[in-house]
Design a protein around this ligand. Structure first.
Ligand code: SAH
Length: 258
């Protein structure tokens, strides 16, 4: 899988991607990550990439010239996505989509007030946002996307099962995890996890995942159409209070509209 990142701060990207899981995957040849300096194609002695906005206002804008020149010189693998708060919200489903795209993809990092709109209109294939907040630059966002995708590439994570059964993989959060000691400062590990009965453990995990998702992210449960009758029963069997946040099992409003 090839992923290319275009940025005015290549060091920020290289530093992060040299270590840990991704660093190892790169040295094993599983990931071909390339970083391009957007300043590389600048012609002036200051290697400037930004300019003041037409129409006035605060801040600087990344100019189209150096960005087009850098992309035309590097010919990064397509699709090429611009990172920006106005883009499609990046999520686990898209991470899976990108991880299964045969050729890979590229990411363009903005800075300052953002990039000239002609880059959006005529150069990139789409725009990705990592959430509803504003960063100082696209680099941290690019690293989020690279890491979320890279760990789904076969072989990158040692135990592949851990990327099949995890939060968001079936529209739910994952159940809580415990390791030794069995009793830490008087807080015990749930007894069921130490009983050795794998069927019972699997049912508890499913119930705990459902309960946790209902509590922390009821929107995820609603998005999958609420709870099935079996899930309601499973929660009840494990002593969790059941109140569906919507979807299939929601009771109609008691009062009539006037
Ligand atoms: N003035 C812009 C924000 C620019 S922030 C606005 O109000 O929309 C500077 C750069 O940081 C952007 O060009 C983009 O590349 C990056 N960035 C900021 N927030 C981001 C987010 N939520 N997701 C992805 N990239 C983001």
């Amino acid at each position: 899988m090839r992923i290319e990142v275009l940025t005015i701060f290549p060091g920020l990207i290289e530093g992060y991607l040299a270590e840990s899981l991704i660093g190892k995957a790169r040295s094993r040849g599983l990931l071909d990550l390339r970083v391009h300096d957007l300043r590389s194609a600048t012609a002036d002695p200051h290697r400037s990439v930004d300019d003041t906005p037409f129409g006035g206002g605060a801040g600087m804008v990344l100019a189209p010239g150096p960005i087009f020149a850098a992309v035309e010189a590097a010919q990064p693998v397509r699709p090429l996505f611009l990172l920006g708060p106005g883009g499609r919200r990046f999520d686990q489903a898209q991470a899976r989509e990108l991880a299964s795209a045969p050729g890979g993809f590229s990411l363009l990092c903005g800075r300052y007030e953002g990039v000239d709109q002609r880059v959006v209109d005529h150069l990139v294939d789409g725009e990705l946002s990592i959430g509803d907040y504003v960063l100082a630059g696209g680099e941290a966002a690019a690293l989020v996307v690279v890491e979320a995708v890279a760990r789904l590439v076969p072989g990158v994570v040692g135990n592949e099962a851990s990327t099949v059964h995890e939060s968001f993989s079936d529209g739910l959060l994952e159940e809580p995890h415990y390791t030794r000691p069995a009793d830490f400062r008087g807080w015990p590990v749930p007894e069921v996890l130490r009983c050795g009965d794998h069927g019972r453990i699997a049912r508890w995990r499913r119930a705990a995942a459902l309960a946790r998702t209902l509590r922390s992210r009821p929107d995820l449960v609603a998005a999958r159409g609420g709870l099935t009758d079996q899930e309601v029963q499973l929660l009840a069997d494990h002593g969790y209070p059941v109140a569906s946040p919507g979807g299939a099992h929601e009771e109609p409003e008691a009062h009539e509209p006037h």
